[in-house]
Design a protein around this ligand. Sequence first.
Ligand code: LLP
Length: 418
Amino acid sequence: MAEIGGAAIRKLAETYGTPLYAYDEDVIRNRLSDYMKYFRSDEFETGVLYASKAFSCKEMIRLIDSYGLYLDVVSGGELYTAVQAGYDCSKIFFHGNNKTFTELREALEYGVGTIVVDNRMEAEVLAGMAQEMKKDVHVLLRINPGIEAHTHQYIVTAHVDSKFGISPLSEKEMAETVQILSDCPYIHFDGIHAHIGSQIFDKRAFEEEARKMFEFAGKLKTDFGVCVNTVNLGGGFAAYYTAEDHPIPLQEVCESILAVCSEENRKLDGQIRRVLIEPGRSIVAEAGYTLYTAGFIKQTPNRLYVFADGGMSDNIRPALYQAKYDMFVDGKENDPVYAKYTLAGKCCESGDILIGEIGLPKIMPGDILVMKTTGAYGYSMASHYNKLPCPAVVFAGGGSAREVIRRETYEDLTSREV
Ligand code: LLP
């Protein structure tokens, strides 16, 4: 019988039911402490922001807080969760390309430390609001540095038309935005931010990004007379899903980013004082498992299906991104491979395939199927399709587990309906 955080998988399934998101809490803790240990420099003040979109709940936020991470939120809902967790709002960075007026007002009322401004209109609205509410706020401006990196490749001067941030090529939008941010007495225009993609395996993409960002910080000074002190390089650090993936060791990627930052900062005579990163996936993905109970098994002319009691409603990533996962059958880890199975969910959609083909031991209905690396963008992208209640989330460690989000009930599902 296999374990997660020392807790027997069979026991977890019996106690909390399936589908179940189960996190090995020590894996998250180790990641948090590694980030804090490796993203350090003698030259810069450094900071690691947890991108809570990867997995947000009160207990997760308390956990990142206990390791000294800052927090990235992208909506009023994520902000509210942080407030409910008792997180210090001055350490929050609020992102998003279309924050609503209500969200911006909430951010100022709660005393969110930094707002990452995406565009000129937002800068205008925020400046007006800060003035009217007499609230000071720090601001980073989101830049589109023209680098796009996903999985195994990156491209420079790509995707200048991204919906995120302002490209330096949009000269008018940039000039006007910079002017608004530097004119408003309530806005402290600290620096610039970029995020170039997700699940990035090539550290040269981050190095290139750092170069472009420092160059741009220099340009802000020479062209606009604005001297910023902070560069935020975003997230995107890869996680291990299957044997095809080779994430860059954390220490190596942190060191190489900081080395480029130092080199570039010399050209700016030490203008930049603070460097930030904001990982999400790499903190929680590998810690998370989804437990399903095997249901019916069906042979079609070309496939042997095993059906899970969840599916695209708890993990949309295979259907949406053709994301690949690995899995095992609890208690049969050492059994020989019996056949190639297709793991399909129970949603009414042909595309609800969790794993296209995987060699597994003989599966019987009632077996616990354990999908690995589901800790990021699983729960956070879950839906109620087919009115499936959202699974519970447990943190396991030291041989026991505790529920951090309870399973939704049928009553929950209809509780807001008239
Ligand atoms: N910062 C910003 C501004 C972001 O937009 C993101 C992710 C992150 C940080 C964290 O990136 P990470 O370290 O997690 O790669 N739903 C997709 C991933 C979308 C990522 C969106 N932005 C997936 O499931 O693969």
